[in-house]
Design a protein around this ligand. Sequence first.
Ligand SMILES: Nc1ncnc2c1ncn2[C@@H]1O[C@H](COP(=O)(O)OP(=O)(O)OP(=O)(O)O)[C@@H](O)[C@H]1O
Ligand SMILES: [Mg+2]
Length: 279
Amino acid sequence: MSDNETSAGIGPTGVPIEETPDSDTEVCSREGHLGASGNALLRADEVTAGYLPGVSILNGTDLYANEGELVGIIGPNGAGKSTLLKAMFGLVKITSGSVVLRGEEITNRKAHELVPLGVGFVPQTNNVFAALTVEENLEMGVFLRPRAFKERFSFVTDLFPVLGDRRAQRAGSLSGGERQMVAMGRALMMEPSVLLLDEPSAGLSPAMQDEVFFNTKQINQTGVTVVMVEQNARRCLQICDRGYVLDQGRSAYTGPGAGLIDDPKVVELYLGTLGRASL
Ligand SMILES: Nc1ncnc2c1ncn2[C@@H]1O[C@H](COP(=O)(O)OP(=O)(O)OP(=O)(O)O)[C@@H](O)[C@H]1O
Ligand SMILES: [Mg+2]
């Protein structure tokens, strides 16, 4: 690394998002990122948000997802990945910046207003009703449009046949991987155009993790835009079209998923030991 290459320096393929473009490097300025996001389905611009007054967790975070894209968000623990998804889904208050869906501003719109607009969210934890059956969980997903149940149930069980086989089983008695399918399936019942997934592979065995990544890709291939937060950097970047590295509440790097995997600086600077271990 040369002396003038700071921690905001670039890797061969990942590009940092900065205020000021640097002509010597492949820097993507904020303006450049904003420009590229012109036709995005979902866009977060300079979002500042947090849980307590005066304490920001997101400090001007940018992100966009084009229609049909699979976008991954990686970064160290506490970087604000979950907070970003929750802020876009109206669960954490945004104090400045904006979130735009299909050109319409949705900043601080509540989750129950966003679901009918086509936004689905699968939280990191507690994402199924353990005491309810698989079928009841899926019914909860579509309670706003009960007449759509049959058609959506068959869409979800085509994607996840095991949920059809286990429709009468209580979700709490399923394996972790199956529960994750129920959680994703429930969000899919409302036919979202964009699905926000928070660490769907967390806590699963390696074989089940593979299945979750496969399922996520499959969901995306049905035409659903996916924004996925993941600790498992390599697998996430392998399947996503574009990735973001979030660091201290800011989008530090973005680039094609496959490019970020090979970017040593992304690994070294933003993922550290954890990144090296999972890469
Ligand atoms: N409900 C909450 N109230 C107050 N602070 C919170 C709350 N949830 C998260 N935080 C804080 O916000 C920061 C970012 O948390 P967040 O959960 O967004 O990180 P993350 O990148 O998703 O981390 P992880 O990889 O561990 O899931 C952390 O410092 C965390 O302690
Ligand atoms: Mg998280």
